[in-house]
Design a protein around this ligand. Structure first.
Ligand code: FAD
Ligand code: SF4
Length: 396
């Protein structure tokens, strides 16, 4: 508990009990006692007339931040293939490390993937911390969290970036709780304050209605999960030099309680929205599930893939992996065609950085037109067939 009552000073007046918003103080033998409900908000400290309550420094007071140096990126791989988000984080991590004048390290866990370690250097890592073990061949929360936790304790990085993938969203909170630091999840922007070496982690808040910039001033490492597809990928430089530090992880079978018996790949085709140069998305304006056939037809004609608004995913017209937006995927294709999508802020959050946006909507006041480069006001069931026909003529 970070707030304590000095019993010798407490006169049992009860002023603190009345002011505590969390009902966290009890009177025992005419002395105030702080219970587990306390959130250390500190409201009672000022209200105590005899100054009998104070903050207990140290336990929740943070760490010596000057002992921590270096930027780390978790290099997520599956089956020896580096995920794109790892390359994006290397690009962002490189910028941050350069601004801070420090080293960029990639943290790679797996088995027999020495070639991936070399690739990470080509993508900008100064150093690769490569933990190789059969027990790390497939991801397990306990195995990966233990190895990275041990590394953090030993090497003390000031920043750790993780992709907000399914694995990253599982690993990040587990690690941050164990190291006792904060984690800003699902960031869409990172900046750094050079003067005090603070990472400014920005993410949508309150349903996407505002962007919140979050700091972690007293604890290290400053941890963030970052949405795939948001940051620019690092460029591969063939002759880039760096070091690969092989780690012998202190990991045994007994450390991993949940065993992965088998890895079964989904038989549904992977929707690689983040990589697609052209996306044609459908919204509630389609009216029904059948409408996606038209979207598919246009996407195929343009050589693109199918995206969707959340309204259509919620209506079960299309699967969730197609969803674009705050709770879906963040995309930045060369061409994004929004059909029957109103342009809610949560949808825009996932596609507004597309190079060229075409919107088709029968409502001329639909907010999607505010971000569109080209707007077509009309019924999508008339506009899309006309577009397909025009494209057919181009093909001829
Ligand atoms: P609507 O808003 O209903 O718009 C339908 C549009 O179609 C209208 O503009 C209408 O004029 C037009 N239309 C109707 N008929 C036709 C026609 N025949 N021809 C042409 N146009 C037509 N949404 C997302 O998309 N992605 C997210 O990730 C996401 N995350 C969210 C997270 C939170 C926390 C919350 C609260 C909401 C989130 N949403 C998200 C939901 C979002 O707020 C909107 O409800 C959703 O985007 C609306 O989808 P829509 O544009 O398809 O439907
Ligand atoms: Fe209640 Fe806040 Fe005081 Fe804790 S610090 S006892 S939560 S008023």
């Amino acid at each position: 508990m970070a707030v304590k009552v000095m019993k010798e000073k407490c006169v049992g007046c009860g002023a603190c009990i009345r002011v505590c918003p969390f009902d966290a103080i009890q009177m025992v033998d005419k002395k105030a006692v702080i219970t587990d409900k306390c959130t250390a908000c500190g409201q009672c400290i000022e209200k105590c007339p005899v100054k009998a309550i104070e903050k207990e420094e140290g336990r929740k007071g943070g760490v010596n931040v000057d002992e921590y140096r270096g930027v780390w990126v978790f290099a997520e791989q599956r089956g020896g293939k580096l995920l794109n988000v790892a390359i994006e984080l290397l690009g962002e991590g490189r910028k941050i490390a350069d601004e801070l004048g420090t080293e960029l390290s990639a943290v790679l866990l797996g088995h027999n993937i020495d070639d991936v370690a070399e690739t990470l250097i080509k993508y900008g890592a100064d150093r690769v911390l490569y933990a190789d073990s059969e027990l790390l061949d497939v991801y397990t929360t306990e195995g990966y969290a233990k190895v990275i936790y041990d590394l953090i304790e030993e090497k003390k990085p000031e920043i750790l970036l993780i992709g907000a993938t399914n694995i990253g969203r599982d690993l990040g909170p587990r690690l941050s709780a164990r190291v006792h630091t904060g984690l800003t999840a699902d960031c869409t922007r990172l900046d750094v304050d050079k003067e005090n070496r603070r990472l400014m982690m920005t993410r949508p808040a309150f349903g996407g209605n505002l962007m919140a910039t979050i700091l972690c001033p007293n604890h290290r490492p400053q941890m963030s999960t970052v949405r795939p597809g948001v940051m620019e990928k690092a460029k591969l430089v063939e002759d880039r030099k760096g070091t690969v530090e092989k780690i012998a992880p202190k990991l045994t079978d007994a450390n991993i309680k949940a065993k992965v018996v088998d890895v079964v790949k989904s038989d549904k085709p992977v929707v690689a929205l983040e990589e697609a140069p052209i996306i044609v998305s459908g919204g509630r304006g389609l009216g029904n599930q059948e409408g996606f056939k038209l979207i598919e037809e246009l996407a195929e004609k343009l050589g693109g893939v199918v995206g969707a608004s959340r309204a259509t995913v919620d209506a079960q017209w299309i699967d969730q992996p197609h969803q674009v937006g705050q709770t879906g995927k963040t995309v930045r294709p060369g061409l994004y065609v929004a059909c029957g999508i109103s342009g809610a802020i949560q949808h825009l959050a996932g596609m507004q950085d597309s190079k060229c946006i075409v919107a088709i909507n029968k409502d001329p006041n639909a907010p999607i037109f505010e971000v569109a480069d080209y707007g077509i006001v009309g019924d999508l069931y008339e506009v899309i067939p006309a577009l397909i026909e025009a494209l057919d003529n181009v093909d001829d």
